[in-house]
Design a protein around this ligand. Structure first.
Ligand SMILES: [Fe+2]
Ligand SMILES: [Fe+2]
Length: 203
């Protein structure tokens, strides 16, 4: 099975495709998209670090996420290079409505395994959506160099998606994880539908 096919099977469980107008507006706001993207990579690295620190006693989590931190920070560095090349400054961090809304769905309480499962599923979802958006950017924007960059990131974030979802399935009752994953997918679609369509955000 080709990479494209296997990824489609694994990931396009996302219930709402991105509004096709998004990539057109994003293509006209490359500076804003790059700045927002830089912070998405920073948040991805920070989130993996937090999971490692808070769940230090889950060996598989620590072992799987340690190299992911380095990859996400590598992505941050590469976005910085693209900004510099184009003469754009990093700019200040923006409020990430998408992540704020997703965080509100995290179930509080329960065992540490349950808590960890919630965070793993939330991260898996962010990776899946990012992957979908990178795919759109890689297909539709004008800049040839950025097209290639976004294609590479689509592949990398798909790998992270698999990491998170597999960690969750290995950690906790598979049936329960699958049932909760469906709830997360439905909630994410609702969140996306409620967000204003804007071309200066990755999400
Ligand atoms: Fe990344
Ligand atoms: Fe990632």
């Amino acid at each position: 099975m080709s990479w494209e096919e296997s990824t489609r099977q694994k990931m396009l469980h996302l219930q709402l495709p991105t509004d096709p107008r998004w990539v057109n507006i994003a293509g006209m706001n490359i500076e804003d998209i790059l700045v927002d993207h830089a912070y998405c990579e920073q948040k991805a690295a920070s989130s993996c670090i937090s999971l490692i620190v808070n769940f230090f006693d889950f060996e598989e989590v620590v072992n799987t996420l340690t190299p992911v931190v380095a990859e996400e920070w590598g992505h941050f560095e590469r976005v910085m290079e693209h900004l510099k090349k184009r003469g754009y400054p990093l700019g200040k961090p923006r409020k990430d409505e998408y992540v704020v809304k997703l965080s509100q769905f995290v179930k509080k309480g329960g065992s540490r395994e349950q808590q960890l499962t919630e965070y793993l599923l939330m991260n898996a979802l962010i990776e899946a959506r990012s992957c979908e958006r990178f795919k759109l950017l890689s297909l539709h924007i004008q800049d040839e160099e950025l097209k290639k960059f976004y294609y590479e990131l689509m592949v990398s974030e798909a790998g992270h998606y698999v990491n998170f979802i597999e960690l969750a399935r290995n950690l906790y009752d598979k049936e329960k994880v699958n049932a909760r994953w469906k709830e997360w997918l439905a909630y994410e679609a609702e969140v996306l539908e409620g967000l204003e369509l804007r071309g200066d955000r990755m999400h």
